[in-house]
Design a protein around this ligand. Structure first.
Ligand code: GLA
Length: 384
């Protein structure tokens, strides 16, 4: 991918000094879904698939970018208020990054940039956050600025709202601060990162459903609706935060919550937060069976309460469990994309074979290399 980005750069922007290159990994979320925006702890890890950006500083505040594949070229000028492109246009990710850096730092030079990626897009693996984060880092570097982790986390989650979803800070934190071989327990109040080694013999298989979840249009509305429903439930209970709800959860009478989505969202958020706590214990105690059960329970809650799963994701989870997985769940926002499957080394081949014969063989476009792979717990972009 490094070569693909630099070759594309030279083909598009011509001869000159070699471009600099930043690479930003994607992530899987092991557990703690749809709760980061309520400031509750989550447990993701960065993976080996990345977005690569080859870039050279420009002389003026102008951006010229090209992406491998069929995405095409985009250009715009830096300004204190950047006009968004049409919803769903990939320029919005670049604009989100540019807007965030303009707000936090003094940026006078734009960049020429070429982007290549082996991270599937719109698949729940944070390709959009990786692009925004990488583009922001490239722009900052081109202006002689080396941002710290906390500085980036102050501006990037907010930047993502430029593209329409009101997500939390999990993705940026995971792709910046994960450590090789570890899951990353992220707590938001206060912000702390605790790497937890993944025991030998645990494998997380990523299976793409071959359906995507573009974070514009319907998915954006559905995502934001879950967030606001859960907030409304809190308000109805007169509670200031979900951490307060967790402390009081055994004494709360949920029958006071009005509205089906509000009640379901509340149940999901509180139960998922409790599962994260138990999952951390299971990981530290090398108990894959307990961890797997929590993954599957998380999927059931996302499917039945929060209703962010899909028949394709459910079918992958069921097939994996039937084939002997310890546990499986959708990862990321849902509505399409990928599931993660916890399997021991012994069961791995059987699970793969069953997924291929029972799921992928019925569908077009499957490429084992791209769509069915073991996630390697990788280093975040700001970790040396
Ligand atoms: C998306 C958002 C994250 C998080 C997940 C769901 O990936 O970007 O902040 O909310 O959905 O857990």
């Amino acid at each position: 991918m490094f070569r693909q980005a630099t070759d594309l750069f030279k083909a598009r922007f011509g001869a000159g000094p070699d471009p600099s290159v930043v690479s930003i990994p994607g992530r899987i979320n092991l557990i703690g879904e749809h709760i980061d925006y309520h400031d509750l702890p989550v447990l993701p890890m960065a993976i080996q698939r990345c977005v690569w950006i080859a870039f050279r500083p420009g002389v003026d505040p102008h951006i010229r970018a090209v992406s491998a594949g069929s995405f095409g070229d985009r250009e715009f000028s830096l300004a204190s208020q950047i006009e968004p492109s049409a919803p769903g246009d990939w320029a919005n990710y670049l604009k989100a990054a540019a807007q965030a850096t303009m707000r936090g730092w003094e940026i006078t030079r734009g960049i020429d940039a070429a982007i290549a990626s082996d991270l599937p897009a719109a698949a729940g693996l944070s390709s959009s956050s990786a692009l925004i984060t990488g583009f922001a880092i490239a722009l900052l570097q081109a202006n002689g600025i080396r941002p710290t982790l906390r500085e980036l986390l102050d501006v990037l989650p907010e930047a993502e709202h430029f593209t329409g979803t009101r997500g939390g800070a999990m993705d940026h934190a995971a792709i910046l601060a994960s450590q090789s071989g570890c899951a990353l327990l992220i707590e938001f109040e206060p912000l702390t990162f605790s790497p937890i080694p993944i025991p030998n013999g645990w494998s997380f298989l990523v299976a793409h459903s071959l359906t995507t979840a573009e974070k514009s249009g319907d998915v954006r509305r559905a995502y934001n609706a879950r967030r606001t429903a859960a907030f409304r439930a809190l308000q109805q209970l007169g509670l200031p935060s979900y951490s307060a709800a967790l402390e009081a959860h055994s004494r709360i009478s949920i029958s006071r919550i009005q509205g089906e989505l509000e009640l379901a969202a509340f149940r999901h958020v509180v139960s998922e937060a409790l599962r994260v706590r138990q999952a951390v214990e299971a990981l530290r105690g090398n108990d894959p069976a307990a961890f797997g059960k929590l993954l599957t329970a998380s999927h059931v809650s996302l499917r039945d309460d929060l209703r962010v799963s899909s028949p394709a994701l459910d079918s992958l989870v069921e097939t994996a469990l039937d084939a002997g997985a310890e546990g499986a769940r959708l990862t990321g926002a849902g509505f399409g994309g990928c599931v993660i499957i916890l399997c021991t080394a012994m069961a791995q081949n059987r699970i793969r074979e069953q997924l291929i014969s029972r799921y992928y063989s019925q569908r077009d476009g499957f490429d084992a290399e791209k769509h069915l792979f073991i996630a390697e717990a990788s280093q975040g972009a700001l970790v040396d």
